[in-house]
Design a binder for this molecule. Structure first.
Ligand code: IMP
Ligand code: MG
Length: 190
């Protein structure tokens, strides 16, 4: 599968790196003197976390959570499941969730509910990508890298059927390819 045939670059590697550095600076200023814990959502948030934390100058710890919501399809199913929980408790800590993308908002809504119930000192969200036009559940987003249109994207941590996570840019599927892929995924799931 050649990327050029199915997709086009939506956000370049340079644009991503510039924005991630800005977010890091903003987060560093906001969390000065606080006990910051970054929680990345596996697997998509991994590249974003590793770049972002290099721009965060306040001391901080990291932890990971794995959640499934997408399956093979390019459309959300609304079914969210914890695959891996945090290693440490978060009560009394200043928690910042680092996510790759907020689409319908279902995953983030679920995550915010379960983490809020553990009584962190504060709970905020930093997402690299946001698709405001797809929102089904309103979720508060404290830091947003880029607002993007309603298209399926991949690269820089996000996958197209588990591959292309290593790309340094964000690509958007061409409409013809998106149509073909979602048709196939539906057949698989039914
Ligand atoms: P939501 O629950 O609909 O907001 O979807 C959130 C999750 O779906 C994200 O964490 C991603 O894993 C996945 N997702 C949503 N949109 C895309 C996309 O365009 N490309 C790749 N994954 C996506
Ligand atoms: Mg994700």
């Amino acid at each position: 599968m050649l990327i050029d045939d199915i997709a086009e670059v939506l956000i370049t590697a340079e644009e991503i790196q510039k924005r991630v550095a800005e977010l890091g600076r903003q987060i560093s200023a906001d969390y000065e003197g606080r006990d910051l814990l970054l929680i990345a959502v596996l697997k998509g948030g991994v590249l974003f976390l590793s770049d972002l934390m290099r721009h965060i100058t306040v001391p901080h710890a990291i932890d990971f959570m794995a959640i499934s919501s997408y399956g093979l399809s390019t459309e959300t199913t609304g079914v969210v499941r914890i695959l891996k929980d945090l290693d440490e408790p978060i009560d009394g800590r200043h928690v910042l969730i680092v996510e790759d993308i907020v689409d319908t908002g279902r995953t983030m809504d679920y995550l915010l509910r379960i983490l809020q119930a553990r009584h962190p000192a504060s709970l905020r969200v930093c997402t690299l990508l946001n698709k405001p036009g797809r929102r089904e559940i309103e979720v508060p987003l404290d830091y947003v890298g880029f607002d993007i249109p309603n298209r399926f994207v991949f690269g820089y941590g996000l996958d197209l059927r588990e591959i292309f996570r290593n790309q340094t840019f964000i690509a958007a599927l061409k409409p013809e390819a998106q149509h073909a892929l979602s048709e196939t995924a539906q057949e698989v799931s039914e």
